[in-house]
Design a protein. Structure first.
Length: 230
C-alpha cells in the first residue's frame, strides 16, 4: 500500500487528482452531449426530410466511427482548423487547444449522438393521445413540452442515459492520448516509474468500477424519483 500513499512516498495524491479530472471530463462531456441532443433530437423528429437527414448523418457517423478516431480528429485537426481560420485574419502563430477542452468536446459529441437516440426513442414512446388532449385543452407548445413531454421523457430516458453515462465515463480513458492526466494517463505514468504495471492498472480498474457503482446508485435514485406513480 506504500505505492498509494499520499505525498512524495506514493502515488495516492496524483491518482486522487486524476480521478477528479476523470469526473470533471465526464460531467462536462455529458453536458455538451445534452446540448447536442437538444439540437439534434428535434431534427430527428422533424417532419422535414432534410432536417432528418442532417440528424441521421450526425448520429450514424459518430456512432459508426471509433471513439479514439473522433478524439484524434479533434485533437490533431482542431488546432489546424483554428489556425486556418486565424490565418484568414492575418494571425499565423501556432495555436494549441487545451487538452481538457478538446477531450471534453470530442467525448461530448460522442455522448450527444447516443443521447439523441435515447431522447428520440423516449419522446416517441409517449402516447400520441396525450398530445391530442393537450391541443384540445389549448396548451401552448412550451406548456406541452414542460408539462407533458419533459417529465415523461426523463422517466423513459433515464435508464438508457445511465448506459450513455457509462460509455462517457469509460471513454475518458481514451483522452490519455492527448496528454491530459486522468486515471488512465496517471496509471501509465505511475506504472512506468515504478515498473509495476499490473498493480496500477488493476487499481485503475477498481477506480473505474467504483465510479460506475456510485453513479449507478445515484441514477437509480433519479429513476425511482421520476417513476413515482407508475
Amino acid at each position: 500500500m506504500e505505492l498509494l500513499a499520499f505525498g512524495d512516498t506514493g502515488w495516492g495524491d496524483e491518482l486522487f487528482r486524476a480521478t477528479l479530472m476523470t469526473i470533471a471530463v465526464s460531467i462536462t462531456a455529458m453536458l455538451i452531449g445534452f446540448s447536442f441532443a437538444a439540437i439534434f433530437t428535434p431534427l430527428k423528429l422533424s417532419k422535414f426530410k432534410f432536417l432528418n437527414l442532417i440528424a441521421n448523418i450526425y448520429t450514424t457517423v459518430i456512432r459508426g466511427v471509433p471513439e479514439l478516431l473522433v478524439i484524434y480528429l479533434f485533437f490533431f485537426g482542431g488546432s489546424g482548423a483554428i489556425m486556418f481560420v486565424a490565418s484568414i485574419f492575418g494571425y499565423n502563430e501556432y495555436i494549441e487547444i487545451n487538452a481538457f477542452v478538446t477531450g471534453s468536446f470530442a467525448i461530448g459529441i460522442i455522448s450527444g449522438a447516443y443521447s439523441t437516440e435515447v431522447f428520440r426513442g423516449a419522446i416517441q414512446s409517449i402516447d400520441k393521445g396525450q398530445f391530442e388532449a393537450a391541443k384540445v385543452l389549448g396548451f401552448s407548445k412550451f406548456k406541452q413540452f414542460y408539462k407533458i413531454v419533459l417529465p415523461q421523457m426523463l422517466r423513459l430516458a433515464i435508464p438508457n442515459l445511465s448506459n450513455v453515462w457509462q460509455i462517457t465515463l469509460k471513454d475518458t480513458s481514451l483522452i490519455s492520448v492527448t496528454g491530459l492526466v486522468e486515471i488512465m494517463r496517471q496509471s501509465y505514468i505511475a506504472a512506468g516509474s515504478t515498473r509495476d504495471p499490473l498493480f496500477f492498472y488493476s487499481f485503475a480498474a477498481v477506480l473505474y468500477l467504483l465510479l460506475t457503482f456510485i453513479s449507478m446508485k445515484l441514477i437509480n435514485k433519479l429513476e425511482v424519483k421520476y417513476s413515482r406513480g407508475y
